[in-house]
Design a protein around this ligand. Structure first.
Ligand code: ATP
Ligand code: MG
Length: 331
């Protein structure tokens, strides 16, 4: 579509972040960005932000069409126990194998169909655990779910939850779950092994025992209108009793050759590439790398081509960025 038309269209948008029109507008912005139309994307984003009634007001008060919540804070420093990540900041363009894609899609579909399911006495999957190697999309999967189902995204701040005051870490966790009991959102417990370490751990202190006990209770009792997503790459160290509290436990694997190829092409979609690049060989050489590393290598090759060449990515730029990034590929 012509740029002026797009701008006029965006000026006429009126709604809030849960409206379909706003989600479509965000997709258009992402598409323009992909096409390399960075300036236009920024302009559209500014217009959209002006027109959309933001659901987030100040001081930790969050609202959406279903209600509002005041995010509790810790007693000592008054830090909110969770942080909202705005919809525009959510990463959601993921490349996954068909198997993992359909597992994540099932969570989204069940959430969308929750009322129909309820008519049959059924409940959607609401407590999800993602585990697997670093940099393969565990945190991103949580963000993508929130993006796709249109819920606010809250990330638990463990640094605020964990307190040196006796018993307060556990009560912080309780307070947070109580606050979201009627508030539809995706609550992310990212790298939750931090608070979910096995109670068998000898160096463990009483406070962390209490936290795991409360975690067991709040997960078990959660019957709220949103989703709880936990991630870890240390599933071996997590207290075994916690596993039973999840409705779905999904391992996010490293990308296979086909996924590596799609990640490379997706990352480089806004820059020219030489016809001589052997994409099949390149992607098969990168099997075993994390998705994050594949993105980094592609971005480094692109930057190299801009700084030392004419902005067209060729084999030589990949040779350099692959060699430079070998160090990161320790697994
Ligand atoms: N499946 C994917 N498709 C596309 N890009 C991905 C994918 N997974 C990861 N990435 C890229 O890697 C980055 C890191 O992903 P993410 O933060 O979700 O990893 P993680 O599994 O949570 O890692 P960690 O265990 O270190 O927290 C993303 O910002 C994105 O650039
Ligand atoms: Mg992560």
């Amino acid at each position: 579509m012509n740029q002026d038309l797009l701008v006029r269209l965006f000026r006429s948008i009126d709604g809030d972040y849960n409206d379909d029109i706003v989600k479509v507008a965000e997709t258009i912005i992402a598409d323009e960005r992909k096409k390399g139309h960075e300036k236009l994307a920024e302009r559209l984003k500014t217009i959209l932000q002006k027109n959309v009634h933001t659901n987030q007001s100040f001081r930790g008060e969050l609202k959406n069409i279903f209600g509002s919540v005041s995010i509790p804070t810790d007693k000592r420093y008054n830090i909110p126990l969770a942080l909202e990540i705005s919809r525009e900041q959510l990463r959601h363009h993921m490349i996954l194998t068909d198997e993992i894609e359909s597992k994540i899609k099932r969570i989204e579909q069940e959430y969308v169909a929750r009322e129909r399911l309820a008519q049959y006495g059924l409940k959607p999957r609401r407590r999800i655990l993602f585990h697997g190697a670093p940099g393969c999309g565990k945190s991103m999967s949580a963000e993508r779910i929130a993006w796709n189902i249109g819920l606010p995204f809250l990330k638990v701040r463990f640094e605020a939850i964990i307190s040196s005051y006796l018993g307060e870490s556990a009560s912080n966790l309780k307070k947070l779950f109580e606050a979201i009991v009627t508030f539809p959102c995706v609550l992310l417990l990212d790298e939750f092994d931090f608070i979910a370490q096995s109670r068998g751990n000898k160096q463990d202190v009483g406070e962390m025992h209490r936290v795991v006990n409360i975690l067991l209770n709040v997960l078990e009792d959660y019957d709220g209108p949103g989703l709880i997503v936990a991630t870890t790459n240390l599933e071996g160290s997590i207290d075994k009793a916690l596993f039973r509290r999840f409705d779905d436990i999904i391992e996010i694997p490293k990308p296979g050759q086909e996924e590596v190829l799609r990640i490379l092409k997706g990352t480089l979609s806004s820059i020219k590439t030489e016809k001589t690049i052997d994409w099949v060989k390149l992607s098969s050489d990168m099997v075993g790398f994390s998705a994050a590393l594949v993105v980094k290598i592609a971005n480094d090759a692109a930057k190299n081509s801009v700084i030392h060449g004419n902005g067209v990515v060729g084999n030589e730029h990949f040779v350099i960025s692959l060699a430079e990034n070998q160090l990161y590929n320790k697994s």
